[in-house]
Design a protein around this ligand. Structure first.
Ligand code: GRF
Length: 199
């Protein structure tokens, strides 16, 4: 393993409960630290969470993201090694993917390839699961490429959907899985250890 601590940037657009799990998980880790929160929404609660954990944050515009150069520049300036998307709602531009090949991961709140793609985020995913009468759902951690939710899958975990579950109950179960696995799976990736998806 590389002796130097890896520097992670977490991209988030909203509440940031997953981002917060990363702050906690890597607080005293010898493997990595969350060096920067990157956010495209000035009202996002993730900014409060970052402040509370004394993690620097950087606010950028969707135009800057589209241009990619300002974002890549910032990540390079901050010596970022690895990018974690945690509730980040914009497509990552090709130039950013190219700057961090196999170094950008995302979490999707369903078992891809089911219920993925453009526009499939947040409650829409869980509503689809319930509407379809799926008996299980879960999480998918995957590499990011130039298409929404289509990069190679790294890890999946499952949970049952009970007949009485509505989208809100499903969301809670899925969030629990996300918090349990996402930072841990990233830590393993950073240490060059692959793990097979569960069941
Ligand atoms: C998570 O469900 C994640 O799977 C999805 O966006 C949600 C973000 O939740 N990509 P939070 O902001 O981390 O609470």
């Amino acid at each position: 393993m590389n002796k130097v601590k890896k520097r992670i940037a977490v991209f988030a657009s909203g509440s940031g409960s997953n981002a917060e799990r990363f702050f906690e998980y890597f607080k005293d880790s010898p493997v990595a630290e969350v060096a920067l929160v990157c956010c495209n929404n000035p009202d996002a609660y993730v900014l409060e969470r970052a402040k509370k954990h004394e993690v620097p944050s950087w606010l950028f515009t969707n135009q800057e993201l589209k241009e990619a150069v300002p974002v890549v520049q910032k990540l390079k300036e901050e010596a970022i090694d690895f990018v974690v998307l945690a509730g980040f709602l914009r497509l990552i531009p090709a130039a950013l993917v190219a700057a961090y090949p196999d170094r950008i991961v995302n979490i999707h709140p369903a078992l891809l390839p089911k219920w993925g793609g453009k526009g499939m985020f947040g409650s829409r995913v869980h509503e689809s699961v319930v509407k379809a009468g799926d008996l299980e759902t879960g999480i998918t951690i995957h590499f990011v490429n130039n298409q929404y939710d289509e990069g190679n899958i790294i890890f999946q975990a499952r949970c049952p959907v009970a007949p009485e579950d509505g989208p809100e109950e499903v969301a809670q179960k899925v969030h629990k899985l996300e918090h349990e696995h996402y930072p841990r799976v990233v830590a393993q990736l950073l240490q060059g250890r692959a793990e097979n998806s569960d069941s």
